[in-house]
Design a protein around this ligand. Sequence first.
Ligand code: MN
Length: 262
Amino acid sequence: MIRGDTVVDVSAALDSVPAVRWPIDPGDLLIANLERLRGPIQQLSEHGLTRTLRDCSLKSPVANPTKIIGAPANYSTLSAADSSGGGVDSQGLFLKANTSLIGPSDGIELALPGRQHIHEVELAVVIGSWCRNVGRERALDHVAGYAVALDMTVAGGEDRSWRKSPDGHCVLGPWLVTHDSISSIVGLDLWLQVNGEPRQRGNTRDLICDVPRLIEIASSFYTLYPGDILLTGTPPGAAPVVAGDVIDAGIAGIGSMRVWVR
Ligand code: MN
């Protein structure tokens, strides 16, 4: 648990996760039991061991999603060229391999030397409970929380799911902000800089398909499970990074993360 610049060790709360045996229900066990763990986490946070944030390595806040879903060209502020591939209405959604998932402290290893690797900062939605064919009115009831994501993409002509799926090409962090600690996900500024130089800037009010609509569309096609990650699309300014670059990316009300490229 994060409190300002302090990390409190609440790992003992995991004792409250029910024992499992095969076959295990799909989904991330921690996210699936988040509501049940709230009490223990709260108690432990009052006298758990603490460390300063800068002394901690930040891993992905979700360990075992059943899928990572992405939205293509979903900002109304994108140029005609950047959205020429088509948005959600014409392209639908896409999947990134689950094995692409890392946390900020892991760093991004570029998959294909000699090819361009593009940064895309995005609002990530973490699904909290099983849903299928959920309408937009009830969609947010199934959200556990939000995080900042980098949907790293190799430029080129291969299938999108191939170019977006190398190991380390989905960064999730710096932590999960639970749905109840965010009053609205509309109107959040998001930004990304490389080596201190501004590259991307946007605001979630410019999403073409907003978060409830994306959940509605996704759940009409896929059953959503606790821990599933929905990447909502990137604002203008996506550009290449090279080994040695340092990416800083953040979303107002969620947090920011530093990720090294190697
Ligand atoms: Mn993307």
